[in-house]
Design a protein around this ligand. Structure first.
Ligand code: AMP
Length: 281
């Protein structure tokens, strides 16, 4: 695996690969890699000539400075895991390389209501930061395909919208959420959970799974409220549990088989914020 620290050097290297008609699959990450990230690498490996990953903890997408400071970093392990998974190229830039004009004001992306719903509402500015970094990464890598995880459901929608705003040719491939044996969605932030919190954390998956199981016998509001109570009773501080139309995140009045719906949750254990989602029907 070749490691580039300079975005410009990577861009030059990839221009040559593109000239040779090599297809490029891209997996952007913030590191502290787990099997969920490696699933994206595998998918990219299967669908492209060259697999490019990036590790960059993007300061502009953290609306909470403490969350940024405490974000786990396991770079040596990450490099080893990527190499083993068959990643060809890793971009490991620093903040100056990614933001040559500084992290201050940048382009503002019109994300419509995606920016004010769910994650957008609870993490103001977050998706603008995601767009800034992904826009820069797409300019550098210019991949044929970008691999994203369903775990960050709303982020997938935001990046699809970004791609249409900037006119990138990259095709989005969304991969399913990889889970621990007890159902907890794999996440870099899980590393910060103490053993008790780790046991409790699976409650998010269990609450969403209960929504799925009861979707035909209970009303939407009842399903959401009982998920919030069960999480609160376990010690979570809940931002939201919502059942929405999977195509636009609009609230739904009732579960209907004609529409694809998704139940999403975000909740804290201490200062560790966890998110998850499950498709209904
Ligand atoms: P992150 O490093 O958290 O920014 O995640 C990088 C990519 O990995 C994003 O597209 C995530 O949606 C994806 N990802 C994170 N967790 C999982 C998981 N448990 N299963 C599948 N993909 C994941």
């Amino acid at each position: 695996m070749i490691i580039f620290k300079e975005p410009a050097s990577l861009a030059t290297f990839l221009n040559e690969k593109r000239r040779l008609q090599k297809s490029l699959g891209f997996v952007p990450t913030m590191g502290a890699l787990h099997a969920g990230h490696l699933l994206l690498i595998n998918e990219s490996r299967a669908g492209n000539d060259l697999v490019v990953a990036s590790i960059f903890v993007n300061p502009t997408q953290f609306n909470d400075a403490k969350d940024f400071q405490k974000y786990p970093k396991t770079i040596e392990k990450d490099v080893y895991a990527l190499e083993k998974a068959g990643c060809d190229v890793l971009l490991l830039p620093d903040v100056e390389g990614m933001y040559p004009d500084g992290t201050g004001n940048g382009q503002v992306y019109d994300l419509g209501s995606l920016e004010t719903k769910l994650e957008g509402f609870y993490r103001p500015g977050h998706f603008q930061g995601v767009c800034r970094v992904v826009h820069r990464l797409l300019d550098i890598v210019q991949p044929d395909r970008i691999y994203l995880g369903q775990k960050d459901f709303q982020q997938c929608m935001v990046i699809k919208r970004l791609i249409s705003i900037i006119g990138s040719e990259a095709k989005v491939v969304v991969c399913p959420t990889l889970r621990e044996a007890d159902g907890l969605a794999m996440s870099s932030r899980n590393m910060r959970l103490n053993p008790d919190q780790r046991l409790t954390a699976t409650g998010i998956y269990e609450a969403l799974d209960e929504v799925r199981q009861n979707q035909h016998t209970k009303q939407v509001q009842e399903l959401e409220a009982s998920a919030v109570s069960s999480l609160t009773a376990r010690g979570f501080r809940v931002d939201y549990v919502k059942i929405v139309d999977a195509s636009n995140l609009e609230p739904v009045a009732q579960i209907s088989s004609g529409k694809k719906m998704v139940a999403l949750a975000a909740a804290y254990l201490d200062d560790i914020r966890l998110i998850d989602n499950i498709f209904l029907n």
